[in-house]
Design a protein around this ligand. Structure first.
Ligand code: DX5
Ligand code: ZN
Length: 219
C-alpha cells in the first residue's frame, strides 16, 4: 500500500492535491497520510482536527492520521470520531497506550502506534497486541524531505516476523525518506504500507509517482 503524505503538498490547495492521488486504478493512493504536529512533541506545527474534518469531506480515500502531539490520550479520539480510517499516536507521548487503542477502536478507527527511530520495538510488544498498525519512523519525526535511516529496517524485520508467526496482527507501515532509492529495501524487510511525502508531492505528477512507487515495492 502507498500512503502519500500531504505534508509535502501545497497547503493552499489540499483538496486538489488529494484528488491528484484519488483517481482510478494504479495512480490511486491506498491511504492519504496526514501529519498532525503540535510544536511540542515535535519542533514543527502543521494542522489539526478542523482541517482533517474538511479533508474527510473532500475525499473517499481512507485518511491515515499521524499524530505527532503531546497528550494523544486526550486529543486522538476526536480524529477517530470524525471518521479517520487509522489514527496513529506515538508510544513516546501516550500515557496509557492500551486504553487509548481501545478508545480509538470503540470510536470506529483502526488504532496505530508509532515509534521513533531510537525507540526500541522490544519494549512495546505487549502494547502492540492492542493495535492494528505499527508506524515505524525512518526519520526523526517533524519534517519532510529527510534522509532514510537504514537501521530501522531491523525493527521492520522483527515486526514482520512477529506478524508472520501470528504473535502480532499488525499492518507494518514505514514513514520517512521513502523514495525510488529506498522503497525496495523497505519492501524487502517486510513493510506493508509506505508513507511518501516529498517523493509523491515533489513529483510532477503525484498520481504517477504513486503508481511508480507501488510497482517498485512489488518488485
Ligand atoms: C515526518 C512525517 C512524514 C513526512 C515524510 O515527521 O511523519 O509523514 O511527511 O516525508 P518524506 O516522505 O518526504 O520523508
Ligand atoms: Zn507521518
Amino acid at each position: 500500500m502507498i500512503a502519500p503524505s500531504i505534508l509535502s503538498a501545497d497547503f493552499a490547495r489540499l483538496g486538489d492535491e488529494i484528488r491528484a492521488v484519488a483517481g482510478e486504478g494504479e495512480t490511486r493512493a491506498d491511504w492519504v497520510h496526514v501529519d498532525v504536529m503540535d510544536a511540542h512533541f515535535v519542533p514543527n506545527l502543521t494542522l489539526g482536527l478542523p482541517v482533517v474534518k474538511s479533508l474527510l469531506k473532500a475525499t473517499d480515500v481512507p485518511i491515515d492520521c499521524h499524530l505527532m502531539i503531546e497528550n494523544p490520550d486526550k486529543w486522538a479520539i476526536g480524529y477517530a470520531e470524525a471518521g479517520a480510517y487509522n489514527v496513529t499516536v506515538h508510544v513516546e507521548a501516550a500515557h496509557d497506550p492500551v486504553a487509548l487503542a481501545k478508545n480509538l477502536r470503540a470510536a470506529g478507527a483502526k488504532a496505530g502506534l508509532s515509534i521513533k527511530p531510537n525507540t526500541p520495538l522490544e519494549d512495546h510488544l505487549e502494547t502492540l497486541k492492542h493495535y492494528d498498525t505499527l508506524l515505524v519512523m525512518s526519520v526523526e519525526p517533524g519534517f519532510g524531505g529527510q534522509s532514510f535511516i537504514t537501521d530501522v529496517l531491523e525493527k521492520v524485520r522483527t515486526a514482520r516476523r512477529l506478524v508472520d508467526t501470528g504473535h502480532l496482527k499488525l499492518v507494518v507501515e514505514i514513514d520517512g525518506g521513502i523514495n525510488a532509492d529506498t522503497i525496495e529495501q523497505a519492501a524487502e524487510a517486510g513493510v506493508d504500507c509506505f508513507v511518501a511525502g516529498s517523493a509523491v508531492y515533489g513529483a510532477e505528477d503525484p498520481g504517477k509517482a504513486v503508481a511508480a512507487l507501488r510497482e517498485q515495492a512489488a518488485r
